[in-house]
Design a protein around this ligand. Structure first.
Ligand code: HEC
Length: 149
């Protein structure tokens, strides 16, 4: 067997073996509508579904896990995105923030949208229709400007 083939075989065996390591899903409390961003901040009907679709997988207590969560080490990356996202912003616990914190988070939301920093690129590649287009970014930032106090 050539060196290259041996290396490839080794890698495949490695991949097969690490499938026995199954990280569990991030421990997340159940979502409560009452304190959720969409309800609590009275998000307009045209904006709410965009935020829900493009942001809630990493910034809420209602992430939907894709089938490839079953593959190690992909699940490890996904868990890190969810953990990292939740640490910065959890739309499901919006009401628990102070008014000042909320206004600051809203400013950040507009910023990351304008810069197309969010959703994370690898996420928009894998999830069709989650990239927030410029017209919608404008609409969301306009609403944020208006609703900030
Ligand atoms: C695939 C997961 C994922 C999705 C989807 C996602 N985010 Fe994030 N988000 C993250 C992670 C991870 C971080 C933390 C990044 C860091 O610490 O550098 C983050 C950080 C942020 C921050 C804080 C930025 C900062 O400078 O601290 C904001 C605001 C944010 N996201 C908003 C959004 C919005 C709005 C959406 C939807 C349009 C969104 N995110 C979609 C994973 C995600």
């Amino acid at each position: 067997m050539s060196k290259r083939k041996k290396r490839l075989l080794g890698f495949l065996i490695f991949l097969a073996l690490i499938q026995f390591i199954r990280p569990s899903k991030v421990d997340i409390p159940p979502a409560e509508n009452r304190i959720d961003f969409i309800t609590a901040a009275d998000v307009p009907d045209d904006i709410a579904p965009v935020i829900k679709k493009s942001c809630y997988d990493c910034h809420s207590n209602q992430p939907t896990y894709p089938w490839y969560f079953g593959i190690t080490p992909v699940n490890w990356f996904l868990n890190n995105h969810i953990k990292g996202g939740l640490k910065k912003l959890n739309f499901s616990e919006w009401s628990t923030l102070t008014v000042k914190e909320r206004n600051h988070k809203l400013e950040e939301v507009c910023e990351v949208l304008v810069d197309h920093e969010m959703p994370i690129k690898s996420y928009t590649w894998l999830h069709e229709g989650t990239r927030v287009e410029d017209a919608m970014v404008k609409r969301i930032c306009g609403w944020i400007d208006q609703s900030g106090s």
